[in-house]
Design a protein around this ligand. Structure first.
Ligand code: NAD
Ligand code: PPY
Length: 356
């Protein structure tokens, strides 16, 4: 992952900045503004190299473009990555505030061509801090005039995706089915609750012992984090980080269906083909995890209320049915079918038709 290679990217803009005092490198990538200002969350993490940070930002920004397009939202795709000098839990409060202030300055210089929001390791109070310097921020806390955390809406959409995917795969409802959830954070924790209410038997994995203990006390079965891809289940819900299923994992993962919150679950198109050939039905993540975008863009740009957000988020099940039908008709993977739907909206012809 050399910087040279990672800068040969088809997106619209890459912005980087380094802060010597904290040892932090900032990346903002705008993949597309075709449908509106680019938008996507701010992820903070410790990366092995700047090349890895650029690559992550690029892939995540691309996924945001597709998410906005397939969800019929008037926004483009972008993402920020803050490459920290150490893991997030080792950064003290004063350093974190300085990091957020510099990030906010960078966003502000883009003058509204990029709007951020929360992602892994950033939350609503971080959005409040950014908003002291720039107005181009979604997901401030409710008390501060924002839409607050998008996690509940994302989880609801993932739950709809799980139901639609189980049904299409011939598993019926989730009642009595074994669902394995990887990652019990803001989204995964809620996915577990919804799936348990629907009667599923929950297997859970996380790297955080406290989250595992809480899940175990709630009656769920803990699976070691390293065993997730070898644990038999009816449906696998990756709700931790992306890049979890490569071709080798796709060839052996003992499940019938995949639907989760993580962005870019598959490492590449080949992994999707291997899953398809084995009859494992996979919900494209940029369709399944769009609930958070409905929550943020719906409320803060389009003036929706919470009921509107719930209604549109429940519609994720119908969008997936469309994706699955297209994939069956054309004999293509579900990922390729979802890409077709998103690209149809991104094409100049579709924009012309919508405005004529
Ligand atoms: P989070 O940080 O709250 O939770 C992630 C959880 O995964 C944590 O509990 C962490 O300990 C766990 N984890 C990390 N590595 C793991 C591993 N190797 N094995 C098992 N568990 C591991 O994040 P979140 O907000 O719940 O988001 C989860 C995923 O969903 C992320 O990939 C995020 O990009 C994606 N997503 C989130 C939203 C949203 O609205 N929050 C929207 C769209 C997509
Ligand atoms: C995501 O959905 O992956 C996000 O990054 C959350 C988001 C959604 C829409 C605008 C800003 C952030």
């Amino acid at each position: 992952m050399s910087i040279d290679d990672e800068l040969r990217w088809d997106g619209e803009l890459t912005v980087t900045r380094h802060d010597r005092e904290t040892g932090t490198t900032f990346v903002i990538r705008i993949d597309s503004t075709r449908l509106g200002p680019a938008s996507g969350g701010t992820r903070a993490a410790h990366y092995p190299s700047i090349g890895h940070a650029l690559a992550d930002a690029g892939k995540l920004a691309g996924a945001m473009t597709l998410k906005m397009a397939v969800s019929d939202l008037p926004m483009g795709g972008g993402k920020s990555v803050i490459a920290l000098p150490a893991p997030r839990n080792q950064i003290d409060a004063a350093t974190w505030t300085r990091i957020l202030d510099i990030h906010a300055e960078n966003i502000d210089k883009l003058e509204g061509n990029y709007w951020t929001g929360p992602d892994v390791n950033t939350n609503s109070s971080d959005m409040d801090q950014l908003s002291r310097t720039t107005k181009y921020v979604f997901g401030r806390s409710v008390g501060n005039g924002g839409a607050g955390s998008s996690a509940h809406a994302t989880a609801l959409g993932v739950f709809e995706a799980m139901k639609a995917t189980a049904r299409r795969r011939g598993l019926g409802t989730l009642d009595g089915r074994t669902v394995l959830v990887q990652g019990l954070g803001a989204v995964g924790g809620d996915v577990v609750r919804l799936a348990a209410q629907a009667g599923a038997r929950l297997l859970v994995a996380d790297t955080d012992p406290q989250r595992l203990e809480a899940a175990s006390l709630a009656g769920h079965t803990v699976v070691p984090a390293g065993e997730v891809l070898r644990t038999p289940c009816d449906l696998f819900a990756p709700c931790a980080m992306g890049g979890i299923i490569d071709s080798a994992a796709a060839a052996s993962i003992p499940t019938m269906a995949v639907a989760g919150a993580a962005n870019n679950i598959l490492t590449d198109a080949a992994a999707g083909e291997v899953l398809r050939d084995r009859g494992v039905l996979c919900a494209p993540d940029f369709v399944a995890n769009a609930g958070g975008a409905f929550h943020l863009v719906g409320q803060e740009v389009l003036g929706w209320n919470e009921d509107d957000v719930v209604e549109r988020t429940r519609g994720i099940g119908r969008t997936l049915d469309e994706v699955y039908s297209l994939s069956e008709e054309r004999g293509i993977t579900t990922e390729a079918a979802a890409l077709m739907l998103a690209r149809a909206r991104l094409s100049p012809a579709s924009t012309a038709a919508a405005t004529s």
